[in-house]
Each structure stands twice: as C-alpha cells, then as structure tokens.
Design a protein around this ligand. Structure first.
Ligand SMILES: Nc1nc2c(ncn2[C@@H]2O[C@H](COP(=O)(O)OP(=O)(O)O)[C@@H](O)[C@H]2O)c(=O)[nH]1
Ligand SMILES: [Mg+2]
Length: 173
C-alpha cells in the first residue's frame, strides 16, 4: 500500500516551483520532461545483472516569470521510498497517465494519495496521438479539475499543458 506523502512544505525560494512527475513505468514521464527541457537529465541505476533498477529525470524550464523544476520519479511500486524522498518540499504534482491502456492500480493509488494530501495536481492524459487512446475513460476513472490531453512526443502539447497548469497554481505559490 502506498504510504502518505510527507506534509506539504515548499522548500523552494520565491519564484521557483518544484513539480514532481508521477506515473507508472512506460506512461511517458521521461518523454514529457525531455519535451519540456531538451537538456534534461535522465539517470538510470542498473543492477549487476544489467536490469534497470531505478530511473530518475530532472528538467528545468520557465513559465512566465517562474522557474519550474521538474523531477521524474520511478514508476515501480518497490521504489516508494525514492518517491518519498523526491517528493519532499514539492509545490505541485503531475500524474502521467497512458490513456491508450486501462488505468492500473499503481496510478489509482498515486491519484488517491495526492488527492488526500491536497497537493495541486495535474493529470496528463498521455499518448492521445494513438488511435486506441481513450481519454474519456481516464477522465471517468480519475476525476479532478485539471486534466490535459497530450502527446508527450509533441513538445508543443507538453509545453502548453504545463504552462496552463502552472498558471492555474501560480496564485497559491
Ligand atoms: N505514441 C506515443 N508514445 C509515447 C508518448 N509518450 C511516450 N511514448 C512512448 O512510450 C514509451 C515510454 O515512455 P517513457 O517516457 O520512457 O515512459 P516513463 O517510463 O514513464 O518514463 C516510450 O517508448 C515512448 O517513446 C506519446 O505521447 N505517444
Ligand atoms: Mg522514465
């Protein structure tokens, strides 16, 4: 079971926003951060047998006069402790959802935990370029005021959604 996120306490100075990107493995978190910041960093730590054990992303951009820092988290259940560490001091969260497949339990749990904590959250309904994408299903299953239908492979759609999200929370920062 997913543990509660730490209580909200922004660690960021004025004018800087920390946004943590959650979502299952393969949802498009790394693609999204890369689309936002082509110079973003992707780090993978490998186990000795060559399997990927944990993957993280870090990217920066500015939205209007705000500096936005994006932190991608690993999507495997067992890395809950890594998500806890990366989440500290976040101002807002993005939940990346692959809406070309059904909503998995991991995504539901993250959605519940973030909603419970009252963290400003955007849901990025990703892979809308695919013919099998069904954003209506995701909207039904993951209710919330801030849903954006995107294709992270299209940097323009990623940027537009991020910018609208930051605009919507800017008053609370
Ligand atoms: N068709 C399509 N594929 C995507 C999109 N976003 C990501 N992908 C693909 O989905 C796979 C997983 O993406 P990735 O960013 O690595 O997912 P992560 O595990 O959440 O970081 C990759 O093969 C991406 O190229 C999208 O908007 N449309
Ligand atoms: Mg990734």
């Amino acid at each position: 079971m997913l543990k509660k996120f730490p209580p909200k306490y922004s660690s960021m100075p004025a004018g800087k926003v920390k946004i943590v990107v959650f979502g299952s493995y393969n949802a498009g978190k790394s693609t999204f951060i890369q689309a936002i910041d082509p110079e973003s960093r992707h780090v993978e730590a490998h186990a000795e047998n060559g399997d990927t054990t944990v993957a993280l992303d870090f990217g920066r951009t500015s939205v209007h006069n705000l500096q936005v820092y994006l932190f991608g988290t690993p999507g495997q259940e067992r890395f809950e402790f890594v998500r806890q560490i990366i989440s500290r001091g976040m101002d807002a969260a993005i939940l990346m959802v692959d809406c070309s497949i059904g909503i998995d339990e991991f995504t539901r749990n993250i959605h519940l935990a973030l909603s419970d904590q009252g963290i400003p959250m955007a849901m990025m309904l990703n892979k809308c370029d695919l013919s099998e994408a069904c954003p209506a299903m995701a909207r039904r299953e993951l209710p919330g005021p801030l849903l954006f239908e995107i294709s992270a492979q299209d940097p323009e759609s990623a940027r537009a959604a991020l910018s609208r999200f930051v605009d919507s929370i800017a008053g609370d920062l």
